[in-house]
Design a binder for this molecule. Structure first.
Ligand SMILES: C[S@@+](CC[C@H](N)C(=O)[O-])C[C@H]1O[C@@H](n2cnc3c(N)ncnc32)[C@H](O)[C@@H]1O
Length: 220
């Protein structure tokens, strides 16, 4: 019998205090992806939107590069945000404790939108909606950086089997709200790039990877 999927917020709330240590061991490439991300943020950046900021692992290198940058971070898990606040009490951060699919991302247009290790729980349809929304939030020339668990070797059968396992788990436990359960459904890098172009991004390139941890840079 498939294991009952854990609710997303509870999963991360329960692990918030050990998250950083575990994540740096579990993510392919460890700290390197978090550090490299800052390389792709232009020095003239004033405002960043971090979709699912968690404890803010990706923000350390960004603040080292741009100490006064304003960051808006959205995350579902209160305890993850509490860890982030402790680490960056002296930084210019606005936090929104909400589901980012439903939350208002605010009136601001951002120079850069980032998201790290968040999108591998969504379907292609949900992702396209998110990418279209990100596109609207950026000026021409603005950047979207997505570093996530993707199928690095582009084997579509793996993506299909994750999607199948997700459906089986949801059906077995009569769950219908997919993105609020901690179930992995990574897509291939090819599909991710295709969705970003479909959302309107003119230039999409893979700028870093370590096995299944892949960073895509999309420019409007
Ligand atoms: C693997 S962590 C990534 C956090 C951070 N970006 C990092 O790389 O360390 C995933 C985060 O996504 C958040 N999350 C998952 N689904 C979400 C949603 N629909 N809306 C907002 N946050 C969500 C979880 O609460 C968790 O903090």
């Amino acid at each position: 019998m498939t294991k009952r999927p854990e609710a997303m917020a509870a999963f991360f709330n329960d692990r918030a205090t050990i998250y950083d240590q575990q994540q740096l061991i579990n993510a392919d490439g460890g700290i390197e992806g978090y550090q490299r991300l800052a390389d792709f943020i232009p020095t003239a950046t004033n405002q960043i939107l971090d979709l699912v900021c968690g404890t803010g692992l990706e923000l350390a290198a960004i603040f080292a590069k741009l100490p006064t940058v304003k960051v808006t971070g959205i995350d579902l898990a209160t305890n993850m945000l509490a860890q982030l606040r402790k680490k960056y009490a002296d930084r210019n951060i606005q936090l929104i404790n909400a589901d980012y699919l439903q939350a208002d991302w605010g009136p601001t247009n951002f120079d850069v939108v980032i998201t790290v290790m968040s999108l591998h729980h969504f379907t292609t349809t949900e992702k396209l909606t998110i990418y279209e929304r990100v596109f609207q939030k950026l000026p021409v020339g603005g950047r979207f950086i997505n570093c996530d668990y993707m199928i690095g070797n582009n084997d579509q059968t793996q993506a299909d089997s994750f999607a199948k396992a997700q459906q089986q788990a949801l059906t077995a436990y009569h769950l219908d709200d997919q993105h609020r359960y901690h179930l992995d459904t990574p897509l291939t890098v090819k599909t991710e790039q295709h969705l970003l172009r479909q959302a309107g991004f003119a230039a999409v390139q893979q700028v870093w990877s370590n096995h299944n941890n892949v960073m895509l840079l999309a420019e409007k």
